[in-house]
Design a protein around this ligand. Structure first.
Ligand SMILES: [Zn+2]
Length: 169
């Protein structure tokens, strides 16, 4: 079972350096990220950690709204694409347009597709090809990387110009 495998792997820092030498619109120093994020958010978003399965209250959250990046505030997923994958991690069939980027993650002797925020490079989770129609994709996200805003729509949350981006850590 994928959940068991990933569950056992969680808590150990992955070695991938995704985006380390890449420019992102929100580029903070390591110290600034440490100040802005909780220790668990920092471990997942900035060190490619994985939260414990079932740890996030967002896993069982199905109300309408938008899931934003916990690092920079970028809108990432509409609640309409969320589904119950049974894995213990919030799962989505598709991200919002231009919200995320992916790259191949070969840590732990596996080849997986890593998903990170397009705006700040924060690690969100992985995407697998066993999701529901129409995309067939399962974006398996760490809830701690997400910030849920109930009731909103993507139009209410313009990318690239949210208050969070300008907030002092
Ligand atoms: Zn971000």
């Amino acid at each position: 079972m994928a959940e068991g495998l990933l569950g056992r792997l969680s808590g150990r820092g992955a070695s991938s350096k995704a985006g380390a030498d890449k420019h992102f619109d929100v580029a903070l120093s390591d110290e600034e990220w440490r100040q802005r994020l909780s220790p668990e958010q920092y471990r997942v978003l900035r060190q490619h950690g994985t939260e414990r399965a079932g740890a996030s209250p967002l896993d069982k959250q199905y109300g309408a709204g938008i899931y934003h990046c916990a690092g920079c505030g970028q809108p990432l997923f509409d609640a309409g694409s969320k589904f119950n994958s049974g894995t213990g991690w919030p799962s989505f069939s598709a991200p919002l347009e231009e919200a995320v980027e992916t790259e191949t993650d070969r840590s732990f002797f596996m080849s997986r597709t890593e998903v990170h925020c397009r705006r700040c490079g924060g690690h969100l989770g992985h995407v697998f090809e066993d999701g529901p129609a129409p995309t067939g994709l399962r974006y398996c996200m760490n809830g701690v990387s997400l910030d849920f805003h109930a009731g909103g729509t993507p139009a209410d949350a313009p990318a690239g110009n949210t208050a969070d981006a300008n907030k002092k850590p």
